[in-house]
Design a binder for this molecule. Sequence first.
Ligand SMILES: [Zn+2]
Length: 155
Amino acid sequence: MSRTRLNPNLAKIHRSYTVEEIARLYGLHRNTVRSWLNGGGLVAIDGGRPVLVQGKVLRAFLDTRRTAAKRPCPTGSLYCFKCREPRAPALGMADFIVGKAGTGNLRAHCEVCGSTMHRRTRLEAVPVVLPGIAVRVVEAAPRIAEGTAPSLKCT
Ligand SMILES: [Zn+2]
């Protein structure tokens, strides 16, 4: 599966597109579009020439591809960008950094590679998102602009 993100909504539903137009619209090679038509699941209008694809068909095709490429994080995991997989927090520990209006960021280390992972959630949802994990609630570090002590770098 390609990592390229193609926005289905770029295709206008009341238009028809040639292979070249689809390639130009999404910055793809024409052969990529042709492979979608040849068994890739994209369906053209009848068998005429030039090959035309209805905008709404193209949009539905790209929507399906995008949904299939999504990797929702299961319960008890955060997405590790280094591993490109959802991972459990190392040592069963995580921090919740309090944000605005009850939301915040979960922060933990990947159990496999050790890199920092983040997951956005609400405070009351933490036991649901990470059951059995010791989550420490921490206040966000004050922003530099809100600090009372003048910056040491200022002259
Ligand atoms: Zn990792």
